[in-house]
Design a protein around this ligand. Structure first.
Ligand SMILES: *Cc1c(COP(=O)(O)O)cnc(C)c1O
Length: 350
C-alpha cells in the first residue's frame, strides 16, 4: 500500500486558490495598519479585538507544540474537533462518490458530517467486546474509501481500541486513518502522537473540551503530516479561531497542574463509581472505561433514566444505540455529585 496525498485529495480542492487575508499577506510588525479595513480607533472591549486574529494561530500552536512534543507545522487548530472532522470530509471525499468507514457504536459527528457532505458511510459494527472487526473492515474497504474513523477511547463504550489492530489499519489502508483521542487523558493506553512520523496517513484528533475543562471555548486540535495539515489550512475559514479563544487557550495551557489533578481524581472516581454501581440490584454490567464516563447496563435503563431526571440528575440514555441495549452513559462528576447519584439510585424502587 502506498500513501499518496495527491491521489486522495479532491480535484477542486487541489485546483482552488485559498483566500488570502490581509493578515496573511503581511505578517511582520508595523506601527500603522491600514490594510484590513478594521476600526483603527479601537473596540468597546479592552483587548485588541478591533484587529483580526492570527489566521494560523502560531503563538497558540507553539504552546501546544511544547506540551505535545509535535512541531508547529504538524498542528491544526479548529473550532472544536468537529471543524477538523468536517474539513477532512471536504478535502478528501467527493460527494456522491466516495465513502468512509466508521465503527458503531461511536461518536455521532462522523456520520452527521458525512451526511452533510453527501458522503456514503460504511458501518462495520464493533464486535461484542467493542473491538474492531478487522475482517469486516477489509471487506468494506473499496477504491473509493477515503477515511476510516477510529475513536479511542471510544464514545459511548469507553474502551480503548487495541493498539495493534489500529496499527494493522495504518499499515494496510492507503486512505487516512483518523484516531479520535478526545478522552486520551483518562486512558491507560498511550497516544499515537509518537507514530505520526511513521505514518503519513495518520490523523490524530484531540480537544480542550474534555480533560482540559474548556468545552465552552471550542478548541479542537488535529495532528498530522505536513501535506494533510497544509490542505486543512487551505480549506478552513481564514479566521477560524477568534482572538478571545486564542488568548484564553494560551492562558489555559499554562495551567497544567489543576488539569492533571482533575484527571487523576476523575480516574479515581471512575473506579469508585464503578464499584458502587456494581452493588445496585438493577446493575447488569459495567463496561471497563478508559474515559471520563461509564457505560452501564441496567434492567429497565429507560425507567432509571426518567427517575434520575425527576431527581434533577441527567445522564445519557444510550439504550437505543447498537450494542448498547439497556445502557446509560454516565459522566464522572465531582465526588459530591457522584455520591448524590449513588444515593438517589439506592433509593430507586421499580
Ligand atoms: C466530546 C468529543 C469530542 C469533542 O468535540 P469538540 O468539538 O472538540 O468539543 C470529539 N470526539 C469525541 C469522540 C467526543 O466524545
Amino acid at each position: 500500500m502506498e500513501f499518496n496525498i495527491e491521489t486522495l485529495v479532491r480535484e477542486n480542492i487541489k485546483k482552488m486558490t485559498a483566500y488570502s487575508s490581509a493578515r496573511h499577506e503581511f505578517t511582520g510588525a508595523a506601527s500603522i495598519y491600514l490594510d484590513a479595513n478594521e476600526n483603527s480607533f479601537g473596540s468597546p472591549l479592552p483587548a485588541n479585538y478591533n484587529r483580526y486574529p492570527d489566521p494560523l494561530q502560531l503563538t497558540l500552536k507553539e504552546k501546544i507544540s511544547q506540551i505535545k512534543g509535535i512541531p508547529v507545522q504538524n498542528i491544526f487548530t479548529g473550532n472544536g474537533s468537529d471543524e477538523a472532522i468536517d474539513l477532512l470530509f471536504r478535502i478528501f471525499c467527493e460527494p456522491g462518490k466516495d465513502n468512509v468507514i466508521i465503527f458503531p457504536p461511536t461518536y455521532g459527528m462522523y456520520e452527521v458530517c458525512a451526511e452533510m457532505n453527501d458522503i456514503k458511510v460504511k458501518k462495520v459494527p464493533l464486535l461484542e467486546d467493542f473491538q474492531l472487526d478487522l475482517e469486516g473492515i477489509e471487506q468494506a474497504i473499496d477504491s473509493n474509501t477515503k477515511l476510516i474513523f477510529v475513536c479511542s477511547p471510544n464514545n459511548p463504550t469507553g474502551n480503548s481500541i487495541s493498539r495493534s489492530d489500529i496499527e494493522i489499519l495504518l499499515n494496510n489502508f492507503d486512505g487516512l486513518v483518523i484516531i479520535d483521542e478526545a478522552y486520551i487523558n483518562y486512558a491507560k493506553q498511550k497516544t499515537f502522537i509518537p507514530e505520526l512520523t511513521e505514518y503519513p496517513n495518520l490523523v490524530i484528533l484531540q480537544t480542550l473540551s474534555k480533560a482540559w475543562g474548556l468545552a465552552g471555548l471550542r478548541l479542537g486540535m488535529a495532528f498530522a503530516g505536513l501535506p494533510v495539515i497544509s490542505y486543512m489550512n487551505k480549506v478552513k475559514y481564514p479566521y477560524n479561531i477568534n482572538t478571545a479563544t486564542q488568548q484564553l487557550a494560551i492562558e489555559a495551557l499554562s495551567n497544567i497542574s489543576s488539569v492533571n489533578n482533575w484527571t487523576k481524581t476523575t480516574v479515581e472516581q471512575r473506579e469508585w463509581l464503578a464499584e458502587e454501581l456494581g452493588k445496585l440490584p438493577f446493575t447488569q454490567k459495567i463496561y471497563p472505561s478508559d474515559a471520563n464516563f461509564l457505560l452501564v447496563k441496567m434492567t429497565a435503563a429507560k425507567l432509571i433514566y426518567t427517575y434520575l431526571t425527576e431527581k434533577g440528575i441527567i445522564v445519557r440514555d444510550r439504550s437505543n444505540v447498537l450494542l448498547c441495549n439497556d445502557c446509560l452513559r454516565i459522566t464522572i462528576g465531582t465526588p459530591d455529585e457522584n455520591n448524590q447519584l449513588i444515593e438517589r439510585l439506592k433509593e430507586y424502587t421499580a
